[in-house]
Design a protein around this ligand. Structure first.
Ligand SMILES: *Cc1c(COP(=O)(O)O)cnc(C)c1O
Length: 398
């Protein structure tokens, strides 16, 4: 059969057609009234997408740029910070904090696991200036307990909580202000369904205040400078104008998913990811495969390769036979697992399709017989159950 290219990777994710058209058509210069209108509207909409009343910044950068800014703006050399890590992105927090001279306390758990709140409580001290964590660790598929961690951090008056929710936003329900998350970070190439190139964050008053006294160097990622410019409807430097056009279209699409209400649309997008993830987990388990994550989130499903089989073979077979790109493990996890994402623009047919493909992929890489339809049936049952429980919720509109 003919092959269509499809991404099932946890970033970049499939592009929203309306966003691609908006970006291709966009020509405005960034210091014009027209662009100011777009910029201001997008920043306001991003508050609803994130679910916060805090000021939001959108910067031309990959996600890591704003992660770095969340270290450089909020710490001074020698500051004691706590990094919670159980994967490649947690390790990025550790490395960034060290690069800026922080005194790093670590809670390090094996890949595929998460932290207990007792472990966090034991490491958190009144001197801890900031805690850095992922919401969903994209290298393992694990969802960390941000709500529980936030509750512990908020008991300390002077400790900031910074959450890398780059694959968490749009796949996970957060009460950003209610839980007291000081900085929450996202990236354009994940649930927003547009290409890589924008990173964004929402910043609490407590964190803005911290920036008055911190001493680490910063220039391009100077959040205070960016906030001042944003208040005037501008960015500090040349913004990625066409990506803003794409982002405007993506936010309109999400609003449409909520029947005109962006907050409801965000919820529908998250529910969509949750249902796709639940269908995928059911399908994978029905094939006798094991989930890699101890507490899987809805951003992606990481699946352990069957014993004796390199997951690279599975990834390759998906690509060659179905033109479907799933992700291999990163770093030491390479060869051990594969990852199927549910972030953003995935529907029922994508979800059923990747499971149907998985059945064939398994049949060709293993010598055990595969009963066709087993994964698809398990996913169908999950979908049918969701549909009968809440018929409108599963019909997110294009
Ligand atoms: C994608 C991702 C990042 C950022 O990666 P960039 O390549 O810098 O955009 C950071 N953290 C997590 C959890 C991610 O999934």
């Amino acid at each position: 059969m003919l092959l269509k290219n499809r991404l099932f990777t946890p970033g970049p994710t499939p592009l929203l057609p309306a966003a691609q058209t908006a970006m291709a058509a966009f020509t405005a210069h960034h210091r014009t009234a027209d662009f100011k209108v777009l910029y201001t509207r997008v920043l306001a909409d991003m508050k609803d997408f994130i679910g916060t009343a805090n000021d939001v910044l959108v910067i031309a950068s990959s996600g890591t740029g704003v992660m770095e800014g969340s270290i450089s703006n909020l710490t001074s050399p020698g500051d004691r910070v706590l990094v919670l890590t159980a994967g490649k992105f947690g390790e990025r927090w550790r490395d960034l904090a060290k690069a800026y001279g922080c005194n790093v306390d670590l809670i390090e758990k094996p890949y595929g696991e998460t932290f207990t709140l007792d472990e966090v409580r034991a490491k958190l001290t009144p001197e801890t200036r900031a805690v850095y964590v992922q919401a969903t660790e994209s290298s393992t598929g694990v969802r960390h307990d941000v709500k529980g961690i936030a509750k512990l951090v908020r008991a300390n008056a002077d400790t900031l909580l910074i959450v890398d929710a780059i694959t968490g936003l749009g796949t996970t329900h957060f009460d950003v202000d209610g839980w007291g998350i000081d900085v929450i970070i996202g990236g354009s190439q994940k649930a927003l369904m547009i290409p890589p190139g924008l990173a964004y964050c929402a910043i609490s008053e407590r964190a803005w205040k911290r920036m008055e006294t911190t001493k680490n160097p910063r220039y391009y990622f100077d959040f205070r400078k960016e906030r001042k410019a944003a208040a005037k409807g501008e960015s500090a430097f040349t913004p990625a104008t066409s990506l803003f056009a794409a982002l405007g279209a993506a936010l309109d699409f999400i609003r449409q998913m909520g029947n005109g209400d962006l907050v409801m649309g965000r919820k529908a997008l998250i529910d969509n990811a949750e249902l796709a993830a639940e269908m995928t987990r059911a399908g994978v388990k029905a094939l006798g495969l094991k989930l890699y994550a101890s507490s899987p989130g809805a951003a992606l499903t990481a699946v352990s390769a069957p014993a004796g089989i390199d997951s690279g073979k599975i990834v390759k077979e998906f690509r060659e036979s179905f033109s479907a790109v799933v992700a291999n493990g990163q770093g030491d996890m390479k060869g051990k697992l594969f990852r199927i994402a549910h972030i953003g623009y995935y529907d029922f047919l994508d979800t059923i399709g990747i499971l149907a493909a998985l059945e064939h992929v398994l049949a060709s890489v293993t010598d055990k017989p595969v009963e066709y339809g087993v994964a698809v049936r398990a996913a169908q049952e999950v979908y049918a159950h969701a549909r009968s429980a809440e018929p409108t919720a599963v019909a997110a509109r294009n």
